[in-house]
Design a protein around this ligand. Structure first.
Ligand code: PEP
Length: 255
């Protein structure tokens, strides 16, 4: 089994744009990112904008993603959003374990695992975020940190579900800092993630897309997409800058 052929460009809008602003932005963006058959594009607006943007995206080739989910389907979990609620809105992808949630909201590997399992049970496609802190890279522990996050996040995910997953390698020090990792370092980490996926899932581990995230911009996208093992990108800040995101989606790769 080979990696899903089309690379994925996924925009994480984080806590930005009201529902009205989100619709206005998409009206400008969609004509500029909809003409590509060889790449997949999706956006992850905040929860409050999902119902407003869902009908617009339904008529377009751009997919709908959510930034998080809770692991129960319903019940006394004030403030949380269930997988069923997302599915009901036409959400396809859901980010799980973004480092901003790990850092500001105390999300643990165990919680990330519960969310991954819940997403899969509801037919959502989790994009599992992993990445080391700067200190771990400086001390040569980047690979072991990422390997451990990955294995804990995917605990009990059966082989038959592997093809629904994507992994986003996002070094924490590169997120929102303007200091992207080097394409060579990214390729090396992606190879490490790929080998873990294949060790656990065999051939099915070869079908999981591995994305890079961390200060991706219109200026560096081509270098990342040319790098071995990069099967897409998770874009934060630049995803709500119209020209930048359109340029990222329009990345060029050598034939
Ligand atoms: C992100 O939010 O996942 C991200 C990579 O952010 P940025 O592109 O702003 O670094």
């Amino acid at each position: 089994m080979t990696v899903e052929a089309r690379p994925l460009v996924l925009g994480n809008w984080k806590m930005n744009l009201t529902a009205r602003e989100a619709v206005a932005y998409l009206r400008d963006l969609l004509p500029r990112v909809s003409g590509y058959a060889d790449r997949e594009v999706a956006v992850a607006p905040p929860f409050t904008a999902l119902p407003a943007v869902a009908p617009l995206l339904k008529e377009s080739p751009v997919g709908l993603a959510a930034q998080d989910l809770f692991w129960e389907s319903e019940g006394a979990y004030t403030g949380e959003i269930s997988p069923l609620m997302l599915q009901d809105l036409g959400v396809t992808y859901v980010l799980v374990g973004h480092s901003e949630r790990r850092r500001h909201l105390g999300e643990t590997d165990r919680m990330v695992n519960q969310k991954v399992l819940a997403a899969l049970r509801s037919g959502l496609r989790p994009v599992v975020c992993v990445g080391e802190q700067e200190a771990a890279r400086a001390s040569g522990r980047a690979r072991s940190v990422v390997r451990s996050q990955l294995l804990r996040a995917l605990s009990e995910v059966p082989r038959g579900e592997a093809s629904s997953l994507a992994i986003a390698y996002e070094p924490v020090w590169a997120i929102g800092t303007g200091r992207a990792a080097t394409p060579a370092d990214v390729s090396e980490m992606h190879a490490c993630i790929r080998s873990e996926l294949q060790r656990v899932y065999g051939e099915a581990g070869g079908a999981v897309r591995i994305l890079y995230g961390g200060s991706v911009s219109g200026g560096n996208i081509d270098a990342f997409m040319e790098s071995p093992g990069v099967e897409g990108v998770l874009v934060g800040g630049a995803s709500i800058r119209l020209d930048d995101f359109a340029r990222i989606v329009g990345f060029r790769r050598p034939a």
